[in-house]
Design a binder for this molecule. Structure first.
Ligand code: GLA
Length: 726
């Protein structure tokens, strides 16, 4: 609910459990007055303290009043160069070279429903949303801003976006435009970020904020394996169930900056948006720029509640899921089984072994097109290699379908190999600067997706393939970071637009594909989880979580990912042992339990498994299908921390609390280990739950006292408890 106090210019956004407030003060400066647990309202600018602080200047309207300074007031969207020395939200430069932005409020609009952003992914939904738009202007430069706020009460979700328009008669260079600025009138907070590298994504890092700026960012052109555009600020003591925490997510797949600043007054500012690195957007007279959407969830009761609210909102109001209301298929992918060494018989052989086990979708990974016999050639030539697959997809797909399975394939549209017909015909279509050697990544180059003719060509050839057979699924991959970011299609003074234009180009093709093939389930991928962000999730309902398929490493990766993203978004497969990335041998049962904390599938040649393993797989697949709703759409609780505890455990609870599934994986067994109980969460305290069809336990006992947990002896053992209320 959005409440306007017109007289005092106070804007209050209420969600189910939280309240967010701002106020345009007597100088029309938009102040941030509150964000936290839900309160009745009122004008919370009374919390703001005014005092003269040395070296904190006073705007001209303040006259002789030295207690009024932009530098000390909590700002809703910080200005630049006019008295607030903390992180600026916006920077622009008119022709006179001044980089000053003094933002004052000129009005607002209130609308039913959710705003949308042209060309950009954003949360969607109907009348349950409300939108507030606040108008700001820098009247000297005649640059106006619209701050958008979307409120989805039931999920405690507040979305934000910013549109900038140049109303002047001369061009202005926009150099920074954050999607979100959030000032806290407190400083005793921790900053939590999700970091790593290829094959080790989204490991959680938590540290108290120190004075100054701490930040994570990407300058790689993608959101990156290295830092995720999702961060948390929380009270020092916050944990899964206690303490206020604030999650902030950017709905964007390119360079980003998430910066937290602890200031001279020991309060904090959080800034999230497109990275100002190599960003400069020319606003011609009358032209505008839209910054990507950011989304906030505040949980007064710890991380668990924050995650569940993000999961719900992402599942229901961000992802365009062709399988909405249905079950997504259990898949088998041939990559780890064959890499590039396959032909039609080999693929059909893998599918033939999978079908009787209940696996429903066969995914042909990299290597099916052009001269793609290794990762050094072929990218860009999206036509079937008939030497490997005689008769093309027209011959292969029916063979898979005859086994009762549907068919999916791998593509990597943004890339080109030098050894390809496409590169030979259009070398200038790859990103590279004149007279300068360029860098290769995985021996390949990046196509200039800012150019429409490049996108049209690539999409045209992919569309032909997708239309040529019955394709149910596409894995959209992207296997290198951007370098040599220069486009022959842009003038020198607009090269700073290229990183963002590249991302807009990717979104354009994803949108076309979604429109032309609405039934195709797209799985995002970027060397695993290098572009695991809410921007991609808008188009690709699931994203391959990591190239690391080792079940034990995956515990930490999936744990970190779960802080923001739902189980149904995390691509996870059972692969062969010894694991290709770590050499570790984890029992088949445990590999299944871990993959079931994601979308669930297999990535191995099942012809090389024992009859016992096949039986295990059959059971796993049947169990997953039977409990699909609970696993994929249940409320998710983290019960143990893979970084701290000798085991990892998580739980899904059905919304009506009649069913729950607890999964446990032990990763560090010792002799004479202490006895352990595990306390469950989210159950109905008054219900009696039958556990694995055997003993009955009361909900309150399981939550308050716990369940005695036998640690099975042996390496990397696991167990699952299925609870059903009697
Ligand atoms: C990336 C993906 C893998 C696989 C290969 C194919 O590394 O993350 O899953 O598709 O590319 O080349």
């Amino acid at each position: 609910m959005i409440v306007l106090d017109q007289e005092n210019k106070v804007f209050t956004l209420h969600t189910q459990n939280t309240t967010y407030q701002m106020k345009a003060d007597h100088n029309r400066v938009l102040l941030h007055t509150y964000y936290g647990p839900r309160i009745r309202g009122g004008d919370l600018s009374r919390l703001i303290q005014y005092a003269d602080r040395g070296f904190s200047p006073n705007p001209s309207e303040a006259g002789d009043n030295r207690t009024y300074s932009l530098d000390t007031l909590p700002q809703e969207y910080s200005s630049c160069g006019v008295g607030d020395f903390r992180l600026p939200s916006i920077e622009f430069e008119p022709e006179d070279g001044s980089r000053l932005a003094d933002l004052r409020c000129t009005g607002y609009e209130l609308k039913k429903g959710k705003y949308s952003l042209p060309g950009l992914p954003a949360f969607f939904g109907g009348e349950e949303w409300e939108t507030l738009v606040i108008h700001l202007i820098d009247s000297t430069c005649k640059v106006s801003l619209k701050l958008y706020y979307g409120v989805l009460e039931r999920c405690d979700l507040i979305t934000r976006a910013v549109q900038v328009v140049n109303h002047g008669s001369r061009p202005v260079q926009l150099r920074r435009c954050a999607s979100l600025c959030l000032d806290f009138q407190r400083g005793d907070m921790d900053f939590i970020t999700f970091n790593g590298c290829h094959a080790q994504e989204r490991n959680l890092d938590r540290a108290p904020l120190r004075q100054g700026v701490q930040s994570v960012e990407s300058v790689r052109g993608t959101s990156s394996h290295h830092h995720n555009p999702f961060v948390i600020l929380c009270e020092h003591g916050a944990d899964e169930d206690y303490g206020a925490c604030y999650g902030a997510m950017l709905v964007y797949s390119g360079n980003f900056l998430a910066a937290a600043e602890r200031t001279q007054l020991e309060n904090n500012r959080l800034l999230l948006g497109i990275n100002p690195y190599h960003f400069c957007w020319t606003l011609a007279p009358g032209a505008g720029f839209t910054a990507p959407e950011a989304a906030l969830v505040c949980s007064p009761q710890g991380f668990g509640q924050m995650s569940r609210q993000f999961h719900r909102a992402i599942r229901e109001n961000l992802i365009h899921d062709p399988c909405r209301g249905k079950r997504r298929p259990v898949l088998i992918n041939n990559w780890e089984a064959t890499e590039f060494r396959f032909d039609a018989d080999k693929l059909v052989g893998i599918a033939r072994a999978a079908a009787p086990l209940g696996i429903e979708l066969f995914v042909m990974d990299d290597g099916w097109f052009g001269c793609r016999d290794s990762d050094r050639s072929g990218l860009g030539d999206w036509s079937v290699n008939e030497e490997k697959l005689p008769g093309g997809l027209g011959a292969l797909v029916p063979k898979i379908e005859n086994l009762g399975m549907s068919f999916g394939l791998w593509i990597e549209p943004e890339m080109v190999s030098e050894d390809s017909a496409l590169y030979r015909a259009h070398p200038d279509w790859a990103l590279q600067a004149p007279n300068r050697p360029f860098a290769r990544g995985r021996s390949q180059l990046v196509l200039d997706f800012s150019r429409k003719e490049v996108r049209d060509h690539v999409y045209g050839s992919i569309k032909q393939v997708l239309a040529s057979a019955d394709i149910a699924y596409v894995k959209w991959d992207m296997n290198r970071s951007l370098t040599d970011v220069w486009s022959s299609a842009l003038p020198a003074d607009r090269q700073g637009e290229l990183f963002h234009r590249f991302v807009l180009g990717v979104y354009d093709i994803l949108e076309r594909m979604r429109r032309d093939f609405p039934h195709i389930l797209i799985e995002g991928c970027c060397g695993g989880g290098g572009r695991f962000d809410a921007g991609m999730l808008y188009y690709t309902p699931q994203i391959w979580c990591s190239d690391n398929t080792d079940a034990i490493d995956r515990l930490a990766i999936q744990y970190g990912t779960s802080f923001c993203y739902p189980v149904s978004a995390m691509g996870a497969h059972v692969s062969a042992v010894p694991n290709q990335q770590t050499g570790r041998c984890v029992p088949m049962e445990t590999r299944g339990v871990v993959a079931m904390a994601g979308t669930f599938g297999y990535e191995m040649d099942l012809n090389h498994t024992t009859p016992e393993e096949k039986e295990t797989i059959k059971r796993q697949v049947a169990f997953f299908k039977e409990h699909y709703e609970l696993i994929q759409r249940g409320d998710y609780y983290r019960l143990a921390d893979p970084f701290r505890d000798p085991f990892t455990a998580w739980e899904q609870v059905s919304p009506d609390r009649r069913e729950a599934l607890v999964s446990l994986v032990s990763h560090s067994n010792h002799a004479a280990a202490p006895f352990r109980t595990i306390r469950l969460k989210g159950l109905d305290p008054d219900a009696q739950y039958r556990v694995n069809g055997e003993e009955v336990w009361p909900g309150d006992v399981l939550m308050a006292a716990g369940w005695p947990m036998p640690m099975p002896a042996g390496d990397y053992r696991s167990m699952q408890l299925y609870l059903r209320a009697e």
